[in-house]
Design a protein around this ligand. Structure first.
Ligand code: C2E
Ligand code: CA
Ligand code: CA
Length: 409
């Protein structure tokens, strides 16, 4: 079913009084692209069909279910007694997909995430409800429950679009550099560039707030351009003799875009920085969204000589089969594992396993979010290559960081 037809059907239901409380439930299969790459289109279509049937089996006769994309389904649940029943339905779907689907003799584990919006409650405009189910789905992906109801407020933007637009236009954002320690030599190996925005009148705006705002409004392309240039402009000030490396975060939203390679190489040549000292950080989930495209893109970036870090590793679902193919240079262990490795021996064992895995794949392994000496010592003992976090050092304005590294005049 097309998006247009879906909106039309939803509008129809909203207008009918007897429909009562209506939930829009968006279900997304997480691993279909990966499966398709291995088994082909026909097999992945069959998985979509099996998923559709599995969801249908969980719904009431009055509910309506449609497939809106290869890996996406929408269920419309009318006449709910209370909002809680929508959550129960969503959780049932999540649990049902903990069991593998069996398709043409293959057993496929395709976990799902579920986002829900409700009317009345979250508006009576069909497109807004669909968008809000999508926003809820994003929260669901981050939550261990894998199911979330739209939370009003997550959408209300903390800062208006125009302000960020203006801040970017007038170069109000600032690059800060967070030090990364080489655990073998005990010396600083380089810096991760983090964007900071201190808006006069409202104070500092958190990066996760404005980066999400940029992603939602299309400003992310501009923010990426800014971030590449601001980082490299400062990196260019450092004397190469110090051997410092610089890491730049790339949003999943721009990672897949074709001109990202030329944008990066363009900025490198403008600032005359060697690609060998620059690493692009891409989250694991961005790579897994579309592994085939990611793979091709990573190869091109590697050919140019850039380093590639898989950021927030362990926080999402990865396939080890892909990890093996991705031509990355670095693996950054998500800070949720580092945070409790001291108290929790299981976490420590997971960290050890990730370090070993990274080394098996010839990756430089970086731990992020190291907040105390004990954790740092533990990581060193486990053979981790690098570490960053408050214990190593907080981020500082890039200008201050490069000052002592400057090329002699
Ligand atoms: P990230 O790439 O995982 O960056 C690390 C985040 O952890 C930073 O938060 C950093 O300040 C914080 N951090 C560092 N050490 C510690 C520690 O010991 N404990 C704890 N609890 N946190 C620590 P920040 O700067 O708020 O950035 C949040 C996210 O925003 C980043 O996550 C990154 O995904 C994104 N981001 C930041 N700057 C940029 C940028 O220029 N471009 C893009 N695309 N994304 C950016
Ligand atoms: Ca990062
Ligand atoms: Ca990270």
């Amino acid at each position: 079913m097309s998006r247009g037809a879906l909106s039309a059907r939803l509008r129809e239901l909203i207008e009918r009084e007897e429909v009562g409380l209506l939930a829009v439930m968006l279900v997304r299969l997480q691993r279909l692209q990966e499966f398709r790459l291995v088994h082909g289109y026909a097999a992945s279509d069959a998985v979509g069909q099996a998923a559709l049937e599995r969801i249908a089996g969980l719904l009431r006769p009055v509910d309506e279910l449609m497939q809106v994309a290869e890996n996406e389904f929408i269920a419309l649940l009318p006449n709910l007694r209370d909002p809680h029943h929508a959550t129960l339905a969503g959780s049932r779907v999540v649990r049902a997909f903990e069991e593998p689907l069996v398709v043409a003799g293959h057993s496929v584990l395709a976990p799902v995430a579920v986002g829900i919006s409700l009317t009345p409650g979250h508006g009576d405009d069909a497109d807004a409800l669909l968008r809000r189910a999508e926003l809820a789905l994003r929260d669901a992906k981050k939550s261990s429950l894998r199911c979330a109801v739209f939370a009003p407020g997550t959408e209300r933007l903390a800062v208006p679009y125009e302000w960020l637009h203006e801040a970017l236009r007038t170069n109000q954002l600032e690059a800060h550099f967070e030090p990364i320690l080489d655990l073998r030599t005990g010396r600083i190996a380089g810096y991760e560039s983090l964007a900071r925005w201190d808006e006069p009148g409202i104070g500092p705006v958190r990066p996760d707030v404005f980066i999400r705002l940029a992603e939602d409004t299309g400003l992310i392309a501009e923010l990426t351009r800014w971030s590449l240039n601001a980082t490299l402009r400062h990196a260019a000030q450092a004397d190469p003799a110090h051997g410092m490396e610089f890491s730049i975060n790339i949003s999943p939203r721009v990672f897949g875009q074709r001109d990202i390679v030329s944008q990066v190489t363009g900025a490198l040549s403008v600032w005359n920085v060697s690609p060998d000292v620059v690493t692009l950080e891409v989250t694991e989930s961005a790579l897994m969204e579309d592994p085939a495209t990611s793979l091709a893109l990573l190869h091109r970036l590697r050919e140019v000589g850039l380093g590639i870090a898989i950021d927030d590793f362990g926080a999402g679902y990865s396939s080890l089969a892909y990890l093996k193919q991705f031509p990355a240079t670095q693996l950054k262990i998500d800070r949720s594992f580092i945070y409790d490795m001291r108290q929790d021996t299981r976490s420590a064992r997971v960290v050890r396993a990730i370090i070993d895995l990274g080394h098996q794949l010839d990756l430089n392994v970086v731990a992020e979010g190291v907040e105390d000496m004990e954790t740092l010592d533990l990581l060193r003992a486990l053979g981790c290559d690098r570490a960053q976090g408050y214990h190593v050092g907080r981020s500082q304005p890039a200008e201050q960081v490069v000052e002592p590294l400057r090329l002699p005049d």
